[in-house]
Design a binder for this molecule. Structure first.
Ligand code: NI
Length: 229
């Protein structure tokens, strides 16, 4: 399941991120690629252990953990420190079809996670570049994703995906992985659908409506059944 979450970062926050990133030294994106990915990955990224990547990454994690739609979709247990990449037309950047590694370890914190979900947070507006679509394959076919700056997409880390060549301008994004408390993708999808329906009912009937409270109880009992902590 692909889930888009709008407005993780405000436009002024995005502008500030971009100003800071423009002044940073970038390195070859292959430094964090697995053996198979390294063959098809052509982009740049901020040094993952660098001061700026860490500072901006912490701001993203604060924004994520305050966002109800993100929390409902991901049910996150561990979020990997966000990384930042850039694809420019001048350098013919692209990232061919690949899957993400099942486990990621962070050198600085020692955190090791199972990558249940991959996340791309767009930091360029769609009109700033041509190409650069994130293409994700799932059971319903292939989806091209290009979101406004400040929005993100969550998708199963196991899915085949790629970034098409950027042919004009530059595409800047943050990307990272997370381990969900709910490992099974179908269970996670059911929890998200139930949560979304409960929020809509609460809006219509009020938070104290007794049937809505009962459904909320069912939601929490499903989490009790499925959460791995
Ligand atoms: Ni990937």
């Amino acid at each position: 399941m692909l889930i888009c979450v709008p407005n993780i970062l405000s436009k002024p926050d995005v502008a500030e991120f971009r100003r800071i990133m423009d002044d940073c030294a970038w390195e070859d994106g292959r430094s964090t690629a697995g053996a198979q990915s390294a063959l098809v990955k052509r982009n740049e990224q901020l040094p993952p252990d660098g001061e700026f990547a860490r500072k901006l990454g912490k701001r993203i994690i604060s924004a994520l953990t305050a966002n109800p739609r993100f929390l409902a979709a991901a049910v996150p247990l561990h979020i990997f420190p966000p990384l930042f990449n850039r694809y420019t037309a001048a350098d013919g950047h692209r990232f061919g079809v690949h899957v993400d590694n099942a486990v990621r370890g962070d050198r600085l914190t020692g955190l090791r996670i199972r990558t249940d979900l991959s996340v791309t947070l767009f930091l360029s507006e769609p009109d700033e570049y041509d190409g650069g679509e994130l293409v994700i394959e799932d059971t319903y076919g292939s989806h091209e994703i290009k979101l406004p700056a400040g929005d993100l997409v969550l998708y199963p880390a196991s899915s085949l995906h790629l970034v098409t060549p950027v042919t004009r301008g530059a595409r800047v994004a943050s990307f990272f992985w997370l381990q969900s408390m709910v490992r099974d993708a179908h269970a996670r999808s059911l929890i998200f659908d139930l949560d979304t329906a409960i929020q809509a009912l609460a809006e219509r009937l009020g938070r104290d409506d007794s049937e809505t409270v009962k459904l909320t109880g069912i939601y929490h009992n499903l989490i009790r059944c499925w959460a791995e902590l």
